[in-house]
Design a protein around this ligand. Structure first.
Ligand code: HQG
Length: 183
């Protein structure tokens, strides 16, 4: 399957599995899982056709490994990035590295300076171990600014960190005293 088709299906899945399952009347369970048969059927009904083989290709080849199948491949869910407040991804707090990175843009810097990093419409603030990843995330909105988060210090002060299935670091918020501007 070509890159374009993977991207098209991946975008549709992100919408349904992270934000608006009701678009096609899809049910997600409390842990974010959708039944694949129902997903294919209801998508088709709404004019968006894809097959289980295509779904497998998306899960395997998606650039960020955004989705996971359950063990018997009857269900699928998004690994992170939800705006749906009720989904519990069963993440366990783990020890973060000393520093993590966040990519943003200049227009948010005043607010970040005043209020720290907030989860905004998602369930968590998203952080990465690689500066390069943060660069890419920031570039979605313009010229990226890289913030270094003192995650080790935060954790020792009681803040919790989680690591998603696809290696995105997550936390509830980052107060501004733990943020350093990378020069
Ligand atoms: C900013 C994509 C004002 C924050 C990406 C960001 C990532 C504040 C934006 C994933 C703020 C939120 C997440 C504050 C933070 N005041 N603005 N206090 N605190 N912000 O999209 O991190 O392709 O929810 O800097 O690649 O940009 O969807 O978060 O610019 O991995 O899989 O508010 O989404 O992944 O934006 O991106 P987002 P994000 P997917």
């Amino acid at each position: 399957m070509n890159e374009k088709n993977i991207k098209r299906i991946s975008k549709f899945l992100s919408l349904l599995l992270r934000h608006q399952p009701e678009k096609i009347g899809l049910q997600l369970d409390s842990n974010g899982w959708a039944v694949i048969e129902e997903l294919l059927q209801k998508s088709r009904k709404h004019g968006f056709r894809f097959t289980i083989d295509e779904l497998e290709a998306v899960v395997a080849n998606n650039d960020k490994k955004r989705f996971t199948f359950n063990n018997d491949k009857t269900k699928i869910r998004a690994n992170q990035g939800h705006s749906l407040k009720t989904i519990d991804l069963e993440l366990k707090p783990i020890q973060p590295p000393e520093f993590l990175y966040h990519g943003t843009v200049a227009k948010f810097m005043n607010a970040i300076h005043d209020n720290g990093l907030q989860k905004m419409s998602r369930q968590h603030v998203h952080l990465s171990t690689e500066i390069e990843t943060a660069m890419k995330v920031g570039s979605r909105r313009g010229k990226p600014i890289i913030l270094t988060v003192k995650s080790g210090e935060m954790q020792s002060e009681g803040y919790e960190f989680y690591l998603s299935e696809n290696n995105v670091w997550l936390t509830d918020s980052v107060p501004s005293e733990f943020i350093v501007l990378k020069s």
